[in-house]
Write a new protein. Structure first.
Length: 637
């Protein structure tokens, strides 16, 4: 199989685990009270990092047959990484790491890896056809520490040699994983060990590329003088050696090792303020592999590598902190002007929008997040509001039935609230539906949040839930009212950026001002963009084709990574919505609709009054929803 025909660029073999990162920066690990869950493990990070850098990467390892194993598999798949070689181990649990950030020099870390799944790799797991399907294999040093995983790695390297693959080693020296420290001391990066040096020296001849910090080359070369250690490695291997020198950058050695650093060429790193060094080496390796496997110069490969490492040290986490290809290229185009990537608005937005976990090219959303309107219906029917949660569960059943009949796989969604719809939200979460949740106090103007501060709300929300915020806004409102609404909307936007939740901003011109010119929507969106608010979604009423063209041009200019626009219904008759769909048919930024009372209004009144039973309600609502789906499909051709 020629290089051009290879279906994979690189197969990563080694550690993959779940990282639990303490969220209280500056705290002792003993005192941390909450943690963020990320994909981790050096090889898992590199598989992820190379995938989002545009390489066709794969992960070869084992994960447990449990929630954490499935999490790691899904995270890799969402990044575009091949998981054909990620084996589910029925007898071992996925490895776990608990980490903290005390300060810029202290990163307490505990490995929970007693007989963990990724250390269960055996030679029988290495399939020649799979290895030969790639251009390269990338190994991390931990898997050389145990007889079984070592044998598996050596088998992969032998196949790679026979098949003409490139081979890379990230030394990845963790003394605790070689049994050289107490189990709780995962932070120590270097302890001399003749045994570890011998075991590394025995295999370095397999590799075309070897990457490590100065301390990692100390262990590989058996000397605490870096150049001497590099010379010792050179005696055993003709690989290109890339020595990382921290914030200075790195040095590439293709031939003999000189006697002084003055005789080397330093590939300079990007200077940033350090938050967290954990994961920086894996990010470095990801960038380096991008350049190396694309046959770019070492200078360019090191630019990628150093910049990837710099971005990760400025952020929380390992894999989720790694830059995408688009983000990295943008950063490199202006790296001299970005000393604090964590505070650079454009770069942070680019990271946010290019690391989204799911695409939604079209959406048919059934919106029943209504609270006040349903409370009014219950009062009108003379029944308790306690009936509304049951109603919402039935509406969900109708939505699911319609989505199944219409074949809306990956195109269906709901808007549901916490007040009456918590059980509905619980039922649909994790089912691959788009899920929006309102935060505004119904009918509030100026805008108020129903359940208090946005940060205190989002800490309890599933990550997949989209924050929906309805604001009644008019450009001719008083300056005081506009400022009040702007300030709260900005706070919501910043809260979503911090938590990682997507934001949908719904804009409706208030009834209190009779001037409802369509042009105001373009003016309002322009104003929000000038404030720095770049929501993932907009929700707007049906407009004319000319207005959609103007708003589309605005989005293209201000935020080409915007998810798009959903059409709202405002309890409009079906014929009016059908006409609105037709006007938006040629507007590419309109991705679908989010309509509610037109679908559920009348049947819900009848159900609350006892005029429809559960099944009749479901059937009627399903039919109404299907009709709107058909209208949208017909409009879009």
């Amino acid at each position: 199989m020629s290089t051009q025909q290879k279906r994979l660029d690189v197969i990563c073999i080694g550690r993959i685990a779940v990282d639990l990162y303490g969220q209280q920066i500056g705290s002792r690990l003993e005192d941390m009270t909450s943690f963020s869950k990320y994909l981790g493990g050096s090889s898992g990070n590199v598989a992820y990092g190379t995938a989002i850098q545009g390489l066709k990467s794969a992960m070869l390892a084992r994960v447990g047959d449990e929630h954490n194993g499935r999490f790691l598999r899904e995270e890799l798949q969402r990044a575009g990484c091949n998981t054909d070689g990620l084996i589910t181990d029925k007898t071992r649990l996925t490895g776990l790491v608990i980490l903290g950030i005390k300060d810029e020099e202290s990163f307490p870390l505990i490995f929970y890896r007693d007989n963990c799944a990724d250390m269960g790799l055996v030679p029988e797991d290495i399939q020649e056809e799979f290895i030969a399907s790639a251009r390269a294999v990338a190994i991390t040093g931990t898997h050389l520490s145990h007889p079984d995983t070592r044998a598996a790695v050596l088998k992969a390297l032998e196949i790679a040699r026979r098949s003409g693959l490139r081979t890379a080693l990230d030394i990845d020296y963790r003394p605790v994983l070689w049994g050289l420290t107490s189990l709780g001391d995962g932070e120590t990066r270097f302890i001399e060990s003749d045994q570890v040096t011998r075991q590394l020296q025995d295999v370095v001849h397999y590799f075309d590329l070897i990457v490590g910090t100065e301390e990692e080359f100390h262990i590989a070369g058996g000397s605490t003088d870096t150049l001497t250690a590099l010379k010792n490695v050179r005696q055993a291997s003709q690989a290109t050696l890339v020595c990382k020198r921290g914030p200075l950058g790195c040095v590439v050695f293709e031939g003999e090792i000189p006697d002084s650093w003055e005789q080397t060429r330093l590939q300079r790193g990007v200077r940033v303020e350090v938050l967290n060094v954990l994961g920086a080496g894996d990010a470095f390796m990801s960038g380096l592999l991008r350049g190396w496997l694309n046959d770019e110069s070492w200078e360019q490969a090191c630019r990628y590598a150093n910049a990837c490492g710099a971005l990760v040290v400025s952020r929380h986490g390992c894999a989720p902190a790694m830059p995408t290809r688009e983000e990295l290229d943008s950063f490199l185009s202006r790296a001299d002007a970005v000393s604090r990537p964590d505070r650079d608005t454009y770069l942070n937005h680019l990271h946010r929008v290019t690391t989204r976990k799911q695409q939604w090219p079209e959406l048919n959303v059934f919106a029943f997040d209504h609270r006040r309107q349903l409370a009014d219906m219950a009062q009108e029917a003379g029944v308790s509001e306690e009936r509304i949660p049951q109603l919402k569960l039935l509406l969900l059943q109708a939505a699911q039935a319609a989505a199944a009949e219409a074949g809306l796989d990956g195109k269906s969604g709901i808007l549901a609230d916490t007040t009456y719809g918590q059980k509905t939200l619980n039922a649909i979460t994790g089912q691959n539906w788009w899920i929006g949740r309102p935060i505004e106090l119904p009918g509030s103007r100026p805008l108020r949040l129903e359940h208090g501060n946005i940060g205190s709300q989002l800490v309890e929300w599933p990550a997949e839930h989209v924050v929906k915020c309805l604001v009644f806004y008019h450009p001719r409102d008083s300056a005081e009212l506009r400022h009040e609404q702007d300030s709260l909307l900005l706070d919501v936007w910043h809260g979503c950026n911090k938590s990682g939740h997507e934001l949908l901003v719904e804009v409706i011109l208030p009834e209190s001002n009779p001037d409802h010119s369509e042009a105001f929507y373009h003016e309002i969106l322009s104003h929000f963009y000038r404030l720095g608010i770049q929501p993932d979604w907009w929700k707007l009423p049906p407009l004319s084709a000319e207005s959609w063209q103007a708003i589309g041009a605005l989005i293209e200019q201000q935020d080409p990574h915007c998810r798009g626009i959903l059409l709202l219904g405002l309890d409009a008759p079906e014929d009016q919505l059908k006409s609105g769909f037709a006007a938006a048919a040629q507007a590419p930024w309109v991705k679908g609709f989010a309509v509610g009372r037109t679908i559920f209004g009348q049947p819900s009144r009848q159900w609350l009054k006892g005029e429809l039973d559960d099944q009749a309600l479901i059937a009627t609502v399903k039919s109404n929803y299907l009709r709107l789906i058909d209208y949208w499909r017909a409009a879009r051709g």
